[in-house]
Write a protein that binds this ligand. Structure first.
Ligand SMILES: *[C@@H]1O[C@H](CO)[C@@H](O)[C@H](O)[C@H]1NC(C)=O
Ligand SMILES: *[C@@H]1O[C@H](CO)[C@@H](O)[C@H](O)[C@H]1NC(C)=O
Ligand SMILES: *[C@@H]1O[C@H](CO)[C@@H](O)[C@H](O)[C@H]1NC(C)=O
Length: 410
């Protein structure tokens, strides 16, 4: 499919300030938000968008040089957050026990995820290459903070990619995402922070900076960094924009280029811009000798009408004939509030959202009375074997499709 059943509503009529002024400095996961600020996807589905550029992982698998593999993996890590571009709607908070699966034979992967904790909200996911060339998994705890004019989402949690063919594991964390002009003006998205992709077998790492946009928007959306060997020697540079494309070039060439660039402009940073910055030339300035490693798939023409969705996102709610009776009853596609919103029926969406959230509260209350503990179905808590951090590990049985013991959450 290439569109949703109904276009989005204008958010102009809602006084967002009247809702948000009580919450400055608070963590937003505990506050019930009106549905009009949402997009008709669950956060579990939003996470699945990491997989839009899965070809980069297949490419990593077929490359025998570890530095070349790191280029592909780093490009995949950046491409995974490219779907955030212009996505100012908030995904629905998943209910405890909610799940989402996606099989894309054309892209060569299958994915499943489960909401494994409610407070704090933690989403665990596990994906595998259909030809067994990779495993991709992680658990994400999006910490949202409201700063008066902006909302900042810090995606705590670890992401791991394994390439069995090379016995390699890579881990990284995502950059912070910030939505600006929550109250007045045009909403826009910035991502900033350091992302370090580590190859735990070779000790190589790719150290990337997602730059804050800076004064006059000069640095808007820019990403740059180096691939380093285990003695921290620069092997090559990577640069570009997470909204557009990434290039790689020899590290000395990159440093020389930066030096001459710097002479031409004095830099100022870390000031929050009032207006949405307009980048001067909107494409990446290509340094001679560079090689393109990733370019974003353009959004479809009707994207602005449909929550700035990519074609990939547009298909996430699709309920194909063969899926009925095969999907578990906890799958996001069966969530009534999201469905109503997608059809443009905001009143029903809002009523159903309240109802399922209330049901969740009641069943938690029931459990606390009976000293019964919540049991996650497809993941268990454990230690990430590669970086030893607390993580959620896949229990390896989702695709057997044994749905006994599943909770009734909708
Ligand atoms: C992974 O790479 C190896 C080595 O190039 C290759 O033999 C294998 O077919 C690849 N697997 C896939 C699914 O591409
Ligand atoms: C909570 O427990 C009551 C009484 O046992 C039951 O009727 C109700 O369905 C339960 N609610 C949920 C959401 O589990
Ligand atoms: C499904 O899972 C339940 C609970 O773990 C188990 O008792 C049952 O035997 C399983 N059914 C099948 C067909 O494997």
């Amino acid at each position: 499919i290439t569109s949703l059943p109904a276009p989005m509503f204008s958010r102009n009529d809602v006084s967002i300030w009247s809702i948000l002024k009580k919450c400055i400095g608070m963590e937003l996961s505990k506050i019930a938000m009106p549905v009009i600020l949402n997009e008709p996807l669950s956060f579990l589905q939003r996470l699945t968008e990491y997989m839009e550029h899965t070809y980069l992982i297949h490419q990593a698998n077929t490359t025998t040089d570890s530095m070349e593999r790191m280029k592909c993996v780093a490009a995949f890590a950046v491409s995974a957050v490219a779907s955030q571009w212009e996505r100012t709607g908030k995904p629905f908070n998943p209910l405890l026990g909610e799940t989402y699966e996606l099989i894309r034979e054309d892209l060569g992967f299958r994915w499943m995820s489960e909401q494994v904790s409610h407070h704090p909200p933690v989403s665990a996911f596990h994906a595998e290459g259909l030809q067994e060339d990779f495993l991709f998994h992680g658990s994400i705890y999006p910490k949202l903070k409201f700063w008066g004019k902006s909302v900042e989402a810090e995606p705590k949690g670890i992401i791991s990619l394994e390439l069995p063919k090379y016995n390699e594991a890579y881990t990284w964390t995502n950059p912070t995402c910030c939505v600006h002009n929550i109250i007045v003006g045009q909403l826009w998205i910035e991502q900033y922070g350091n992302v370090e992709v580590i190859n735990h077998k070779t000790g190589e790492r790719c150290s990337l900076i997602f730059k804050p946009c800076g004064l006059f928007g000069k640095e808007l959306h820019k990403v740059e960094g180096y691939i380093l060997d285990k003695s921290k020697k620069k092997l090559c540079a990577i640069y570009g924009k997470w909204t557009e494309c990434l290039y790689t070039v020899d590290a000395d060439t990159f440093d020389a280029h930066k030096k001459s660039d710097k002479k031409n402009s004095e830099e100022k940073k870390n000031e929050e811009p009032e207006e949405m910055p307009l980048p001067d030339g909107d494409t990446v300035q290509v340094i001679p000798g560079s090689e393109l490693i990733w370019r974003i798939v353009p959004r479809p023409d009707n994207s602005a009408e449909f929550y700035a969705f990519s074609t990939f996102a547009m298909q996430l709610n699709e309920l194909e004939e063969g899926m009925k009776g095969v999907l578990p009853p906890t799958d996001c596609r069966l969530r009534p509030d999201i469905r109503h919103m997608e059809k443009g029926d905001m009143d029903s969406a809002s009523a159903e959202k309240k109802r399922v959230e209330e049901k969740q509260r009641l069943s938690r209350k029931n459990r606390s009375k009976s000293s019964e503990e919540w049991k996650t179905r497809w993941f268990h808590q454990g230690t990430n074997p590669h970086n030893k951090a607390q993580d959620w590990l896949y229990s390896n049985s989702y695709w057997d499709r044994n749905y006994s013991l599943l909770p009734d959450i909708y």
